[in-house]
Design a protein around this ligand. Structure first.
Ligand code: SAH
Ligand code: SF4
Ligand code: F3S
Length: 447
């Protein structure tokens, strides 16, 4: 027997949900005595928390896994775990492909890591991918930041966007109770966290699955009600939420954000396409006109709100003219930030087997053209910050310039300025913006 404690390393791919899950799984591992290993090759337990949103994300996992599987042949007591969305999608098939694996566990099982590892220690190869009711995690997550934190509010997704694997791999919607969410935020406030981002794949669906209706017949627990319920948690100075769905976004929610001082003026509302026929083929449930109305409404309440979104180019059957409607939307709305992707056919999704797929050349050409426009528009949007005083919450050192610290504005723009992290970390300070780039700002602190 070795005397030193076993060590673990987690590599996380994919979205904020996966990051939040990894933090909880790390908390569970530390609770049962594991210690963090900075170098994967020094760890006795390797956990890959995987993403399968596009093919390249999935392939990355296999190349990482191959290396550790080889290591396991020389070090048989190495524990190899694949968690997350590839695990859910592939299940048993992963064991056949990589027989060295000890544990394959879907995202719904993240909070069960302790029990699953116990089965592994008893000598079994374990696959945990059945649909389950997600229980509250009673251990303390090991969070990457000491200033900002993720808090899940709803797991899963009940939409059926025709390109998307998320409903297959994350399961049906499961909302946490308002009390559990508030309790987690209060604990964060006590620990000194200053900013909380509430998370859900379709956060506007929050509460639909919880019991209770109001006198006028709407669900008693909505995202808007939740914001009013948690906004005064002591210590937490900023609240954000993501991801919003244009189909369910309400004016009531916008009003709450305008009214509640801790709610940041930043909205992440993916539109995916600026063309109504493509939106219909994607089964998104809104038109570009509705999307524009939402943005207008936000700007009528909060003229300076930052708007970000996701978009897909090269969806099956997308014509040049339909793609240009996406360019037009981006041109006219002027996003502060846009995550763009070329359509990638995913197993088990309807659009993947349509016969009107576009060539890789067309997709990558459109992606480049869109990205070019995005950076021009983002640079334009950044201009409005020049000379302004912005509230910045300091998070870290500027990795490229150690005399500077890094934080974000309420609108989520990365901001750098000269300062001492030891004094400023976790503080909200006023910064005069002296230099702007497409996606970041530089300034000086003002007392
Ligand atoms: N729940 C969010 C997004 C989830 S996935 C929403 O409803 O918008 C994150 C982003 O990945 C999506 O917004 C979409 O732009 C992109 N995406 C999802 N499936 C994709 C696919 N098959 N090919 C390319 N991009 C995809
Ligand atoms: Fe995927 Fe659509 Fe659900 Fe978003 S809303 S996770 S794009 S199915
Ligand atoms: Fe990827 Fe799963 Fe998130 S597929 S984007 S990690 S929900």
């Amino acid at each position: 027997m070795t005397v030193s404690p076993r060590r673990y390393h987690i590599t996380t791919f994919g979205c904020q949900m996966n990051k939040a899950d990894s933090e909880r799984m790390a908390g569970i591992l530390e609770d049962i005595g594991y210690e963090w290993a900075e170098e994967p090759d020094q760890a006795d337990l390797i956990l890959y928390n995987t993403c399968t949103i596009r093919d390249n994300a999935e392939q990355k996992v296999y190349s990482y896994l191959g290396r550790q599987a080889k290591r396991k042949q020389e070090q048989p007591d190495l524990t190899l775990v694949v968690a997350g969305c590839v695990a859910q999608q592939e299940g048993e098939k992963l064991l056949r492909r990589v027989p060295e694996l000890d544990l394959v566990m879907g995202p719904q099982h993240a909070n069960r890591l302790r029990d699953l590892l116990e089965e592994v220690l008893n000598g079994s190869q374990v696959v945990a991918t059945e649909a389950v009711h997600i229980l509250e995690d009673i251990t303390k997550p090991r969070r990457d930041s000491a200033v900002t934190a993720w808090v899940n509010v709803i797991y899963g997704c009940n939409e059926r966007c025709t390109y998307c694997v998320v409903p297959n791999v994350r399961g049906i919607e499961q909302s946490r109770t308002p009390a559990a969410i508030r309790a987690e935020m209060e604990e964060l406030g006590r620990q000194g966290y200053k900013e909380v981002t509430l998370l859900g794949q379709n956060i506007d669906a929050y509460g639909r699955d919880l019991p209770g209706v109001t006198a006028d017949g709407r669900h008693q627990h909505t995202l808007t009600d939740l914001l009013y319920y948690v906004h005064d948690v002591p210590g937490v100075e900023r609240i954000r939420f993501a991801t919003s769905h244009p189909r369910y976004f309400t004016e009531r929610l916008i009003r709450a954000c305008a009214e509640l001082p801790k709610l940041c003026e930043h909205f992440h509302i993916p539109f995916q396409s600026g063309d109504n026929d493509i939106l219909k083929a994607m089964a998104r449930g809104y038109t570009h006109e509705r999307y524009r109305r939402i943005i207008d409404q936000i700007r009528s309440y909060m003229p300076d709100a930052a708007i970000s979104a996701d978009a897909i180019v090269g969806f099956p059957g997308e014509t040049e003219a339909q793609f240009e409607n996406t360019l037009k939307l981006v041109e006219e709305i002027g996003f502060d930030q846009l995550n763009t992707a070329a359509y990638s056919p995913r197993p088990g999704t309807p659009a993947a087997i349509w016969d009107n797929q576009l060539s890789e050349e067309v997709k990558s050409d459109r992606l480049q053209r869109l990205n070019h426009l995005v950076s021009i528009k983002a640079a334009e949007r950044s201009q409005r910050y020049l000379g302004r005083l912005e509230e910045v919450l300091v998070e870290e050192q500027n990795a490229k310039e150690p005399t500077q610290v890094m934080g974000r504005t309420r609108g989520n723009r990365l901001t750098f300025f000269p300062g001492d992290l030891a004094l400023l970390k976790g503080k909200v300070v006023k910064v005069e913006i002296t230099e702007v780039r497409a996606f970041s700002l530089t300034g000086v602190m003002v007392n």
